[in-house]
Ligand binder design. Structure first.
Ligand code: TYM
Length: 328
């Protein structure tokens, strides 16, 4: 049987190059020869305040973007989390084997609750994420580095459940890219590039115009040196080299070897050319399909039916293991 890969993105804000090189680019490679399932995790998104109209709008936008980035709907399944109630049901069940301490340790909860205020959903977020993954007997989960701690929790919960109630869940393995697992803000390179950064210059969005991309890269923070040298330079510079390497599909070491001696100005132009080329193709494809809502809805309908059917198998095992409901 093919290996199952599962991953997801929140339909909040706009997708940026961190999401692209940290997650989506890996999804595209990994969809080959595997049973690939990609979710639009709208239930996770409402753990911080959202405008309902915008949230709905984002579902089709995200679907079109997945495809524009190279997800092939003939090979992979794309669906919306809230359309498969098994996610919340398993999330509830996993709550009963999760300790407060496990969730209190989560760095994303600490960061987000400081920024947006606390709610129980935000605290419980990683348990729902564990349910997302475990429902599909997932082998591999391609994500950026910021999700590593959540993945560890998913494994721990799967182990605990299996030990207590019998072997039901497969233990998922996180697949975190070596080079671009954590893309930093172009303006504050000690913080992660993020959809909700107030400084718009720090984030390059997939649908930015050529001028915006060039401006953001030109204004990216570097350091007081003027030329690239192998001693790797500041966080700002190494972040730009990380992005360069990811877009060029080569290692960071190869990029340093190739670019050593170039002025920062020359390098930024090369980087901007590379990013503009890739993103313009994504944008072109996006614009071709975004208006075809019938096509996008068909993909999501098929994805939903597949997701429900596949996850029902695991859900029934869970209910049986726990003695919930009546005998089938
Ligand atoms: P989200 O929507 O914040 O991000 C989507 C994916 O993009 C990666 N990512 C980054 N990678 C590199 N550099 C960055 N600056 C950067 N910012 C984001 C994230 O690691 C992620 O892979 N909790 C998840 C969504 C989720 C999920 C799941 C993922 C819910 N259930 C089950 C996998 C499996 C999240 O908030 O991703």
């Amino acid at each position: 049987m093919d290996k199952v890969i599962f991953s997801g993105v929140q339909p909040s804000g706009n997708l940026h190059i961190g999401n692209y090189v940290g997650a989506l680019k890996q999804w595209v490679t990994m969809q080959e020869g595997r049973d690939a399932i990609f979710c639009i995790v709208d239930l996770h998104t409402i753990t911080v305040p959202q405008d309902p109209k915008v949230l709905r709008e984002k579902i089709l936008e995200m679907t079109a973007l997945y495809i524009a980035c190279g997800i092939d709907p003939e090979k992979a399944h794309i669906f919306v989390q809230s359309e498969n109630p098994n996610h919340t049901q398993l999330g509830w069940i996993l709550n009963t084997i999760t300790s407060f301490g496990q969730l209190e340790r989560m760095t994303q909860f600490k960061e987000k609750s400081q920024k947006y205020g606390e709610n129980v959903g935000l605290f419980d977020y990683p348990v729902l994420m564990a349910a997302d993954i475990l429902l599909y007997q997932t082998d591999e989960v391609p994500v950026g580095e910021d999700q590593k701690q959540h993945l560890e929790l998913a494994r721990d919960l799967a182990k605990k459940f299996n030990k207590q109630f019998g072997e039901v869940f497969k233990l998922p393995i996180p697949v975190i890219g070596k080079e671009a697992a954590r893309v930093m803000s172009l303006q504050a390179p000690t913080s992660k590039m993020s959809k909700s950064d107030v400084n718009q210059l720090g984030t390059v969005y997939l649908l930015d115009s050529e001028d915006q991309i060039r401006e953001k890269i030109k204004k990216a923070v570097t350091d007081s040196q003027t030329h690239i040298s192998k001693d790797r330079g500041s966080e700002g510079l190494s972040n730009l080299l990380t992005i360069y390497s990811a877009f060029k599909n080569q290692t960071l070491t190869d990029s340093y070897n190739q670019l050593e001696g170039k002025s920062y100005g020359e390098f930024k132009t090369l980087l901007a050319d590379l990013v503009v080329l890739d993103l313009s193709q994504i944008k072109k494809k996006y614009e071709e399909i975004r208006g075809n809502e019938e096509y996008l809805n068909q993909i999501l309908d098929g994805g939903r039916d597949f997701a429900i059917e596949k996850s029902n198998e695991t859900m029934q095992k869970v209910l049986d293991a726990l003695g919930l409901g009546r005998t089938a």
